[in-house]
Ligand binder design. Structure first.
Ligand code: MEV
Length: 322
């Protein structure tokens, strides 16, 4: 009798928000994203000699009967098992998400990343961050076609990241802003909105290309403004970015209502974050008091959930409090 290879493995990632540069990043423009350390995604994996199973994210059952929305998790387990030298391994996979899926918070990359880490742990297979990134991207391609890699990096970063042309650097600046996040309660499909922008771009490369280029310029301007600590100007760029994204057809009424509610409540600026047509919006506030006023306005305007991200002196990383 042969003993079963591996042992129970564990992996963890976090949610992310894109501060600036969603969609335009797919066309090579820069973006800035930030991990939300207190919104965690965990995965546990147990090698098995029977058929694989999946539990979590609202579903439980045999792996080969899992609905299509789990295809990137299944792919994540496959590519990580192959990387670890155990291609085709049978696994019991359990995931646990501390934040909603399909809201632009990076749940597909976070789930794939957590499963990959758990499988590597289960088979004691060391991997570099670059190798884990490549595996996560292989899984992400199943979830939304041509991922930029931003979600794969940001959902496992220690702090905010600047992404340009596939190269990721850590940001060393700290906006003096509270960031208030509101969940529209509507599922957005990144695959769909990325495809929508692609179709618009192919139909009219000049004008859509100009909008995408302006979104990229906004990201560059924001990085300079972060160094100058000019938060009101960053807020204005956020609202401009929202209007540009809306002009590309990736906003919707609910997101516009939430953005307007934040602005009426005194936000320095507000925008959708992530793929759009659902998902979340973010608002910038200059004080804790203002942040809570905005949070209240979000709830009154129908937000399904809210989170407040506090700034930390000297760094963008803060604490997320419900
Ligand atoms: C989705 O969170 C971000 C997009 O820019 C897609 C991507 O970067 O792959 C819309």
């Amino acid at each position: 009798m042969t003993s079963l290879a591996g042992h129970p493995g564990y992996g963890q990632t976090v949610a992310k928000i894109i501060l600036f540069g969603e969609h335009s990043v797919v066309y090579g423009h820069p973006a800035v994203a930030m991990p939300l350390q207190s919104l965690k995604m965990t995965a546990e994996v147990e090698p098995s000699d029977g058929p694989g199973t999946l539990a979590g994210l609202g579903w439980s059952g045999p792996l080969d009967k899992a609905p299509a929305r789990f295809s990137s998790i299944i792919r994540a387990a496959e590519v990580a098992s192959a990387f670890a030298g155990h291609a085709g391994a049978h696994l019991h996979i359990t995931t646990d998400a501390g934040f909603p899926a399909e809201r632009g918070l990076g749940s597909s990359a976070a789930a794939a990343g957590a499963v990959i880490r758990a499988v590597l742990d289960a088979f004691d297979a060391p991997a570099t961050p670059d190798e884990i990134f490549t595996l996560t991207q292989q899984a992400e391609r199943v979830a939304h076609g041509r991922p930029s890699g931003l979600d794969a990096v940001a959902t496992s970063a220690d702090g905010p990241v600047h992404f340009r042309g596939g190269v990721v650097t850590e940001l060393d600046v700290s906006p003096d802003a509270w960031i208030v996040i509101a969940d529209s309660g509507i599922q957005g499909s990144t695959r769909e909105t990325v495809g929508h922008v692609r179709a618009r771009y192919e139909a009219d490369p000049d004008s859509v290309g100009a909008v995408l280029a302006r979104l990229g310029d906004i990201t560059d301007e924001v990085i300079a403004l972060l160094h100058e600590r000019d938060t009101p100007a960053i807020g204005r760029r956020a609202t401009e970015a929202h209007r540009l994204l809306a002009s590309l057809g990736v906003s919707n009424d609910r997101l516009d209502i939430l953005v307007n509610a934040a602005l009426s409540a005194g936000a320095l600026g507000a925008k959708l974050t992530g793929g759009g047509r659902g998902g979340c919006v973010i608002a910038f506030a200059d004080s804790e008091e203002s942040a809570h006023r905005i949070e209240h306005a979000f709830v009154t305007a129908g937000a399904a959930g809210t989170w407040v991200h506090a700034p930390e002196p000297g760094s963008l990383a803060g604490e997320v409090a419900r």
